[in-house]
Ligand binder design. Structure first.
Ligand code: HEM
Length: 364
């Protein structure tokens, strides 16, 4: 019977062919390392966010009168509601961390180089979308923290001459953060961003599969293939099969991701939720210390350090453009960063300043 179903399906969808070309016969480089699994872990993190978000949507009420109360009910009355809420909230932080690590890893391995420029550009937009997910989701519990953090962030564009007030007003749906802001952030969070991320991921993965996984520059026996004007898939006939070799490693890292998540939920449940996250939003009472989440702190601190707000925004826009188009700026053929001291110094300087700005922003 099973054989019959298999044969029936085989004629129609050619499963054996798909398994051979996409899994068992698809080879990854022989010197591939665990850092190459981070893209898959980021994808698993996104699916976990979609699944837990779906359960939250059943009880969450996107209205300024009821939003805070509905989240409190999810935490205390809905069976296992606390688990889904915590998985979603802690997961958002871990997903950002995973995407950032994936980005640092592809930078260090030089995987953004020709012909993978567009894979990087799609990835850069995916990082922005991930951060916008966090920004829009942060407002939804309608706590003091959500309200005032959103007030700070949406006031930033107001420094842009002429269009600034219009941009801030459009984001907020009025002069200040209100129920109208909550409604638009909700719509963006649950419809627009998921569709956008799936679309960008489609492009990202199509490019990874079409071009082939890059071989890490360290411990490589043959040089990385350099494209000319014509296309050739980068294959690794002496490498490991994608399934089971690499999929096993990807799954191990996904388990590690969830182990970290459940560790935080069990032993550090307030790590990402200060007191102001448990007080309902009050537009007439500004809390004494309000700080954006850790992943926005470096940008926030940089803006605080530059007295002229417009200049601050200009510098950040320039940095964002440099980041998006980096593969078109660093066009040197050598992809081993250890053989390029100046690039290595730049990489270290970016990481160190990022850490310093984050810690400074946290304690200033
Ligand atoms: C939600 C965010 C993201 C997801 C789900 C994701 C997913 C993936 C996956 C599954 C792969 C293939 C396996 C691997 O090399 O890990 C990959 C490769 C790649 N990603 Fe991402 N990615 C994301 C964000 C980014 C970002 C922010 C960048 C850089 C700005 C980036 C740049 C790349 C590059 C250059 C490759 C090709 C690596 C190679 O061929 O060796 N990705 N990504």
């Amino acid at each position: 019977m099973v054989r019959k179903i298999k044969d029936w399906l085989e004629v129609r969808i050619g499963l054996a062919e798909i398994i051979r070309t996409q899994l068992t016969g698809y080879m990854v480089p022989g010197n591939i390392n665990l850092f190459y699994t981070l893209g898959f872990v980021a994808l698993a993190a996104f699916f976990s966010q979609v699944a837990t978000g779906f359960f939250l949507l059943i009880y969450y009420l996107p209205h300024s009168e009821y939003a805070f109360r509905s989240v409190q009910d999810i935490m205390s009355r809905v069976p296992y509601g606390w688990l889904f809420r915590m998985m979603h909230a802690v997961g958002s932080n871990l997903m950002v961390a995973t995407v950032v690590l994936h980005m640092l890893s592809v930078s260090y391995m030089g995987s953004y180089k020709k012909p993978r420029e567009l894979t990087w550009v799609a990835g850069a937009f995916m990082l922005f979308v991930t951060l916008t997910f966090c920004l829009s989701g942060y407002l939804l519990p309608w706590s003091q923290l959500s309200y005032w953090a959103t007030t700070i962030v949406t006031s930033i564009p107001a420094a842009i001459p002429y269009a600034g007030d219009m941009i801030a007003g459009t984001l907020r749906g009025g002069e200040m953060v209100s129920g109208a802001t909550l409604n638009r952030f909700f719509a963006i969070h649950v419809i627009l961003l998921p569709l956008l991320l799936i679309f960008l991921f489609g492009i990202h993965l199509f490019l990874v599969r079409r071009i082939g996984v890059s071989s890490p520059p360290f411990g490589r026996t043959a040089p990385r293939w350099r494209p000319g004007t014509s296309f050739r898939h980068e294959d690794h006939p002496d490498g490991h099969p994608f399934y089971p070799y690499f999929v096993q490693r990807e799954m191990m890292m996904v388990f590690l991701y969830f182990a970290a998540m459940f560790f935080i939920i069990a032993f550090l449940p307030t790590l990402f939720s200060p007191d102001d996250a448990n007080t309902p939003a009050d537009p007439f009472r500004t809390p004494a210390h309000i700080k954006p989440e850790w992943y926005f702190l470096p940008f926030y601190q940089l803006l605080k350090l530059i007295p002229n707000k417009l200049l601050g925004i200009g510098i950040q826009a320039l940095l964002a453009a440099l980041f998006i188009f980096w593969p078109f700026i660093d066009t040197r053929e050598e992809d081993n960063i250890l053989k390029r001291p100046r690039l290595l110094a730049l990489f270290a300087a970016v990481v160190v300043s990022w850490v310093i700005l984050t810690v400074w922003g946290r304690y200033s």
